[in-house]
Write a protein that binds this ligand. Structure first.
Ligand SMILES: C[S@@+](CC[C@H](N)C(=O)[O-])C[C@H]1O[C@@H](n2cnc3c(N)ncnc32)[C@H](O)[C@@H]1O
Length: 284
């Protein structure tokens, strides 16, 4: 008789049920990481086993939303990887400035720090009326947080250091107002940002972009889902556009990789070639 790990089977059935009932597909997330997140969620819940949780999860949307919050890793910060933002400022923005208007997609924006960092950078580079940022995430709770633009004041010292290391020369304190233990971001930073729910596992792309950032999101996905996302980004990115991945991610050995040139290794900034369309059509 075949031995089956009952817990793995319960997880498989639970993810299948969630996909059928709510349309959220976590079956293509890296198995070890999703198991770790689910096990942590179960330990904090009132249930002893995944089978026990399943029947309620499939009937109670608020419990599912609680699970969703438990599954996704939403860690982020302003000017995360300052050296990356320095390269964006010095080597990508000069290209972006040659366009009358640019559209930028932050896929998996979490609570918005990455998108706000980009808005600060573009405003400082004199592009304030010439860009729109689409910041999307699967987790609507973090998206609401992103829309509010309120952060713990205690984080501001660290974020100020990141900003300075990224080449920011103004006073970072110009970008927020301190209110008790909170830092409220300046409304001017929100002007060109649209926050919206979007699921990379199931949703289509929306419109043509000049730059797409998907950093520290696909590390949680299986190879097949990574490929799906990259195809989605490729279909959405205009020729000459920029694709930015997290520092631990790469386009090497990926289907779309040959149509892209790495701009500034090891910052994982890739530029789509102008012949990309032709190449793809040639490949059939
Ligand atoms: C670690 S955060 C990365 C945030 C930001 N990009 C950064 O690098 O600081 C990963 C984000 O990806 C989101 N995410 C996970 N699965 C997703 C999916 N299928 N579609 C869209 N976003 C997803 C999570 O909700 C989370 O907010």
């Amino acid at each position: 008789m075949k031995t089956v790990d009952v817990e793995d089977l319960e997880i498989r059935l639970l993810l299948e049920g969630v996909q059928h009932v709510y349309g959220y597909d976590f079956r293509e997330y890296a198995a070890s990481s999703i198991k770790r997140r689910l096990t942590h969620w179960l330990a904090e819940s009132e249930f002893d086993t995944f089978s026990e949780a399943q029947s309620q999860l499939l009937r109670d949307r608020s419990l599912f939303e609680n699970l969703l919050r438990g599954i996704t890793v939403n860690v982020t910060e302003m000017f995360r990887d300052p050296a990356f933002f320095k390269v964006v400022r010095e080597q990508v923005v000069p290209f972006l400035k040659t366009y009358p208007f640019v559209k930028i997609w932050h896929a998996g924006c979490a609570s918005g720090e990455e998108a706000y960092s980009m808005a600060i950078l573009l405003n400082e580079e004199g592009m304030e009326d010439r860009y729109r940022i689409y910041a999307t995430d699967i987790n609507e709770t973090v998206l609401h947080k992103a829309e509010e633009g309120v952060m713990p004041l205690a984080e501001m010292q660290r974020f100020t250091r990141n900003y300075q290391k990224s080449g920011g020369a103004a006073s970072f304190a110009n970008y927020y107002t301190a209110r008790y233990d909170r830092a409220v971001l300046s409304p001017a930073l929100k002007k060109n940002i649209v926050f919206a729910p979007h699921n990379l596992a199931t949703d289509a792309a929306f419109g043509e972009m000049n730059m797409i950032l998907c950093r520290n999101v696909m590390i949680y996905f299986k190879h097949s889902l990574k490929e799906r996302c990259l195809e989605l980004f490729d279909g959405s990115l205009s020729a000459g556009g920029f694709l930015c991945l997290g520092l631990k991610e790469t386009l090497e050995r990926k289907k779309i990789g040959e149509a892209y040139e790495e701009l500034a290794p090891p910052m994982r900034i890739y530029r789509k070639g102008y012949a990309a369309e032709t190449l793809r059509n040639g490949r059939g």
